[in-house]
Write a protein that binds this ligand. Sequence first.
Ligand code: FAD
Ligand code: DLZ
Length: 510
Amino acid sequence: MANLILILGDQLTPDISALNGADPRHDRIAMAEVHDEASYTNHHKKKLVFIFSAMRHFARALKDQGWQVHYQRYHPQNRHQSIEGFVGDLVSLTQPDRVVTTECGEWRLHEQILQWQERFGVPVDIRSDTRFIASKQEFAHWAADRKSLRMEHFYREMRRKTGLLITPEGQPEGGQWNYDADNRKKWTGQPPAPAPFRVEPDATTKTVISEVEEHFPEHFGTAEDFHFAVTARDAALALEYFIDFALPCFGHYQDSMSEHEDWLFHSVLSPYLNCGLLDPVQVCEAAAHAWYTGQAPINAVEGFIRQIIGWREFVRGIYWLNMPDYARENRLDNTRPLPWFYWTGDTRMRCMHKAIDATRRNAYAHHIQRLMVTGNFALLAGIKPEEICDWYLAVYADAYDWVELPNVLGMVMHADGGYLGSKPYAASGKYIQRMSDHCTHCPYSVSQSFEDNACPFNSLYWHFIDRHRDRFSGNPRMAMMYRNWDRQDPVKRARILARAQTLMDNIEQI
Ligand code: FAD
Ligand code: DLZ
């Protein structure tokens, strides 16, 4: 029996299920850098460098272990510009008994792979992705018969399943499941945030950087100052660095934003988790160990673990349970195109400028920037879900459809009608002022709502509340907002709505 084993660019681990039971003496591995995957969206240059370089390092390691690897490096003139073309050709050439692969992370490619058995005339074995704690079937089983799906309930199941931060009696460590109430501090410069973990590019990465600059000059962002890990060994060092230097403060400052620090106390591990260089459970075990040994407090460790075994698993479950229809949802009937400044950062709104500029430089922005700045603006301004989703899919090194889509379409845009989150994360400028120092550097005034100089978030927020009254006023979690709005002087309300309308009519000038 000789199999052809396909390993995709986000499946870079020897533990990938496609390799289970494989034999290097007979089986062959296929990996390809292809135009179709590199250009189905305007991927950030650093994302392309990261994936291509990590793929090349992984293929090298496999060869060193004795595997036969058919590897295609990217070139615009390659005969095969798609995974399908590359695998199809290898099937004809090597006549395998089967093609073996692990289920991929994007509906787009998944649909193609489902056709291969018929198309190539050879059995195709698509295996479950065991890097996730809950399989698709397990999530579907958990979701069946529930009136609403809430992350917190699912998360507790995942805690019990993994035993992470669970006492021998089956109770949550510290007595609580969730310590989020301790995790909303504003960071004002102390304690200092650690410098980002850096790996200097080796010869392979340097080659990839110049190839990406040559072949993808129009793509978003910059490849300059590339310093991500591209091997499992270096990603493990990044994890160690996070545990030692950032995890202790991760909880308190998780929702903070800063003029001066791009990464604060975040782990910056998502690119590695999502492409296979780090294993989610091992990452959580390392964090839990830091609590058991007194290196980090429970609010930080629990908060961090919840993001991974809670949110990360939950959004994946939502994605596979609802695709492909989920991607077409637009329950708030948004019609506005994405403003061009999302690509340039060229806006006077300081928080937006800082979040987009960091994104452009780093292919990274932390959660609160994604949710409460660029996401909040898109929600309030009524941007078309497909355009804002495509932006998020392109600009972050960790972005794949399975994780980006539910976060953007569901969590941020509420385009799924509240299926993923019970209320929209809509906020005025006050939230940004409370959690950051941006407003003191902004030409707009956060204390004004309708004047020419008023922070756009303020009037856009009330416009959002007002225009969606029919939809949200009955939601108990939003009742207070409607009471606050209705209490305001009618003349002031009219001015606020007029200011919001002017902003939306001139959105490119904000
Ligand atoms: P940390 O803050 O250190 O968190 C630790 C880990 O928790 C992350 O590495 C990530 O694996 C996981 N995590 C945290 N929040 C989420 C979440 N909501 N969904 C899934 N995993 C989570 N994450 C992606 O991995 N890819 C995306 O394309 C992506 N798009 C997003 C778009 C929007 C609009 C929002 C609001 C969030 C998005 N997230 C996405 C989730 C989150 O913002 C990133 O995982 C996080 O910012 C990555 O940085 P970090 O590794 O420093 O995370
Ligand atoms: C994101 C990406 C990019 C940019 N390039 C490749 C590639 O050339 N070859 C490959 O196998 N995978 C790539 N990927 C990841 C895939 O697009 C895709 O997101 C995942 O495989 C879906 O799980």
